[in-house]
Design a protein. Structure first.
Length: 248
């Protein structure tokens, strides 16, 4: 039943796309078959695989770095009131600073380099991860901490068997929201200052008003990210939350 509903929804989307293409014309909204042929042409030339690979590499590097730093900072701020008071103004600043401003400043200060691009993406993702993990650290059961001290567990064992299981749902939430944010910011970073990647190709197609190529790269990249969400992020979220009682 669920599969049938999803297929019906997809069929409705394609029908609306066909209708919109007929009304707007192929120049403004090319039909699905034209976009499909463009995807095949880009794939045969090797450009699609190359640019997807470059963008995914940037997404992975920025995501992992932001999650690592965000987890460390979130734990420190959630467990220490002094650290929380010192770091909170920085978090508020980064949370409210527009992503475009961070990207532009990173390119101005560090040049149009790969390091500047990754730093801009990480700074956009870092506060969100930190805030999520901080809330998880604040919700840790103090009684379990005391039990670990009574049994003289080492710091690593305490983290592995006491802290991490309680923190895992928050890490899963930060991962899901963070991944959706990172890949969008990466596309903007590539459009503004990188010589390759999906964002660069979309920017080039925009300058040529090539809507077919824009949709081809956008849909191909969205398909890859949906596959990552379905086959990696969701199973990870279910795995780390398996110990929690399921609702009746």
């Amino acid at each position: 039943m669920n599969i049938a509903l999803r297929l019906a929804s997809l069929a409705l989307l394609l029908a609306l796309w066909f209708a919109g293409a007929m009304v707007a014309g192929p120049r403004l909204l090319p039909p699905p078959q034209a976009v499909g042929l463009a995807i095949i042409a880009e794939a045969r030339s090797g450009a699609l695989e190359f640019n997807l690979g470059v963008t995914l590499a940037r997404v992975a590097a920025a995501f992992l770095l932001a999650m690592l730093l965000g987890t460390i900072l979130g734990l420190i701020m959630g467990r220490s009131r002094a650290a929380d008071r010192i770091g909170d103004p920085w978090l508020v600043l980064l949370l409210n600073l527009p992503a475009l401003v961070i990207i532009v400043l990173a390119y101005i200060w560090a040049g149009l380099t790969e390091i500047a691009a990754l730093a801009a993406v990480v700074l956009n993702k870092l506060p969100l991860a930190t805030v999520t993990v901080r809330e998880g650290a604040r919700a840790l059961d103090r009684n379990l901490d005391e039990m670990a001290l009574v049994f003289r567990m080492s710091r690593w064992k305490r983290f592995r068997h006491v802290v991490l299981p309680q923190l895992s749902p928050y890490l899963a939430a930060a991962s899901r929201s963070g991944l959706s944010l990172v890949w969008k910011i990466v596309l903007v970073v590539e459009l503004l200052g990188r010589p390759n990647g999906v964002g660069f190709e979309i920017g080039t197609a925009f300058q040529l008003f090539d809507v077919t190529k824009i949709l081809a790269y956008a849909l191909a990249f969205v398909a890859v990210m949906l596959a990552i969400e379905i086959f990696a992020v969701q199973p990870f979220e279910r795995h780390v939350s398996r110990w929690r009682p399921k609702p009746a």
